[in-house]
Ligand binder design. Structure first.
Ligand SMILES: Cc1ncc(C[n+]2csc(CCOP(=O)(O)OP(=O)(O)O)c2C)c(N)n1
Ligand SMILES: [Mg+2]
Length: 555
């Protein structure tokens, strides 16, 4: 294999002296900053929006330290957002890709152990390099004179470097106890020496990256027999102050999750949006926008009098099914009167929904259901009868009879019906695969929850034996719970939300308690996805405007 590769790419990589070259990549560049017999340290720069291939090193472990900008690191199944000075270890064989998500691009250090540039398997690549090996000589240029190069100091001394508002130091030390006075948040990466077990096995060795505090904790019990050479990284004071200010600003926007009760923060998990991939976040937002603008267009035409039946719009709540459907669309669906966004999110055809509201034969229920009874066997969605809450026992019966996974949605009022409790209890007893969603907009037409009942539905569901949570309508939080609960059905999710328009019809009673659509967009700005979000919203608005125009032009 390596012979074949050296024939195609020129000399074997083992013969190239990486100390003197910069390797140009389609995403930016990288160069070697340090190498000894155990570990190679590379400096990588990625342009904004660029990404490394989804690749692995079957025989190498990789330590990553983010120095500048915000990165998204993706694995086969999940992604994590990183900010400086994030650090992580990637085991041999783990596929990963790093993407620059901040405007100035990102800079990072990668530690590879053992040193072997040929040990690379590319799986997916934005630049057509799938299955190809490391770059050849034609991609290399001379190292610039200002490039950082680490060198190892004398015992007890350190060599310091300044980079991206950080101080990096290579230190050689035999007695680590002197380091206890230092900031525990410093990053430490071992370059030489190791912490050894009593049985003489390496516990922490070259290429391992972590916090200085954890290194010292382990070293107190398992000291390095030969001392350590390690790289330490800490923020310079001005950088630290700027980060602290940014943190305070973020904390002002977001109240702590400990605030219980109805509100936009109930049950929020700090940092959750950063754990979602950009693609997934944007697809939830896109579906939300399509649902929302479908409703706005429907409202416009309702106001002209072309629709003869009442309309139940989901504006303010339209992102809830979008979030649930981002986890799985594999459900039979039993919603109630406020069901347009369920139909659209779970794969319903918007043209058929518009036709249904216009009472046409071509509607999803042949024009006979209307807004309150959206029905389409094509996507496994069953129309509501009008008797509040009766969709719940019917949904449980469907799960029992079909063995399929079922989603049933109620409001905070319909969930109060006695047959809902019996059906939930039966689902718990028979362990039926039903996800019960309550869109708790605090209103039964105009009557608030607190004037109707003193109990909490999530507690009732828990007492019946279901997994249950009472949360705000944050889109990431809904997706998170849906994902958790899919492995633990039956389960109940009470989602506190706000209806922005009248119970039936298109009027407005005033400002909603909170505006989740605006909060969603604010969070997207914080995630640096504002530009993409604006494009998606505008596209959805246009699509829905055109769709409704086209429906109305038909006879
Ligand atoms: C058994 C029954 N009682 C009363 C009604 C009249 N009704 C229709 S919708 C509604 C309020 C529904 O509130 P909720 O379930 O919270 O859903 P939301 O409209 O808030 O989305 C009521 C009282 C009904 N259709 N069925
Ligand atoms: Mg309600």
């Amino acid at each position: 294999m390596s012979q074949e590769r050296s024939q195609k790419n020129g000399p074997s990589l083992k013969k190239i002296d990486f100390k003197n070259v910069v390797v140009n990549k389609p995403w930016g560049y990288e160069y070697l900053v340090f190498q000894n017999d155990h570990v190679a340290v590379w400096y990588l720069y990625l342009r904004e929006g660029a990404a490394t291939s989804l690749h692995c090193h079957p025989k190498k472990k990789t330590g990553i330290i983010l120095l500048k900008g915000e990165a998204m690191i993706s694995f086969l199944q999940d992604s994590h957002r990183l900010r400086p000075l994030s650090k992580l270890m990637i085991r041999p064989g783990l596929f990963h890709s790093t993407r620059a998500v901040s405007p100035g691009g990102i800079a990072l250090l990668e530690l590879e152990t053992p040193v072997d540039k040929e040990n690379l398997v590319r799986f997916e690549d934005l630049y057509g390099r799938e299955g190809k090996s490391y770059e050849g000589l034609d991609q290399m240029s001379p190292m610039p004179s200002d490039a950082v190069r680490f060198s190892v100091p004398e015992e007890g001394a350190s060599h310091e470097y300044s980079l991206h508002g950080l101080t990096l130091a290579v230190e050689k030390i035999s007695d680590l106890s002197a380091l206890w006075k230092r900031d525990p948040e410093e990053v430490a990466a071992v370059l030489d020496g190791a912490l050894m077990s009593k049985g003489n096995e390496i516990i922490v060795g070259p290429g391992d990256v972590g916090s200085l505090a954890s290194l010292l904790r382990v070293a107190a019990m398992f000291p390095p027999p030969e001392g350590l050479t390690f790289l330490s990284i800490k923020a310079q004071d001005e950088t630290r102050n700027a980060a602290a200010k940014a943190g305070e600003a973020a904390a002002r926007v977001r109240k702590p999750a400990s605030i219980r009760g109805r509100g936009p923060d109930l049950g929020l998990i700090p940092g959750l949006p950063w754990r979602f991939s950009v693609e997934r976040t944007l697809s939830i937002f896109q579906q939300t926008c399509r649902n929302r603008y479908f409703e706005f267009e429907a409202a416009k035409f309702y106001n002209t009098g072309v629709m003869k039946m009442p309309i139940y719009l989901s504006v303010g709540q339209e992102h809830i099914p979008a979030s649930i459907a981002s986890v799985s669309k594999d459900f039979l669906i039993f919603a109630q009167h406020r069901g347009h966004s369920y139909y659209l999110s779970f794969g319903g055809d918007p043209a058929k929904l518009a036709d249904e509201l216009l009472h046409r034969d071509s509607g999803c229920a042949g024009g006979m259901g209307g807004s309150a009874s959206i029905h389409d066997p094509a996507i496994g969605m069953f129309g509501h009868s009008g008797l509040m809450g009766d969709q719940v026992p019917i949904a449980v019966g469907a799960a029992l009879g079909s063995g399929k996974r079922v989603l049933t949605m109620t409001g905070d009022a319909s969930v109060e019906e006695d047959y809902v409790f019996g059906a939930m209890g039966y689902a718990a007893t028979k362990k039926l695969p039903v996800l019960f969603i309550c869109e708790d907009n605090n209103l039964s037409i105009l009557t608030e929850v607190q004037t109707r009942r003193s109990w909490n539905m999530a507690e009732v569901a828990r007492s019946l034996g279901l997994a249950a949570a009472d949360i705000t309508d944050d889109p990431w939080l809904i997706a998170y719970y849906t994902e958790q609960y899919l492995h633990n059905l039956p389960a109940f999710l009470n989602i506190r939300t706000c209806r922005h328009l009248w119970h039936a019809g298109t009027g407005k009673d005033g400002e909603p308690e909170w505006n989740r659509f605006e909060l969603f967009k604010q969070e997207l700005e914080e995630l640096k996805l504002g530009k993409e979000a604006r494009r998606i919203e505008e596209q959805a608005r246009q699509d829905m405007e055109e769709l409704w125009q086209a429906r109305l032009q038909r006879p």
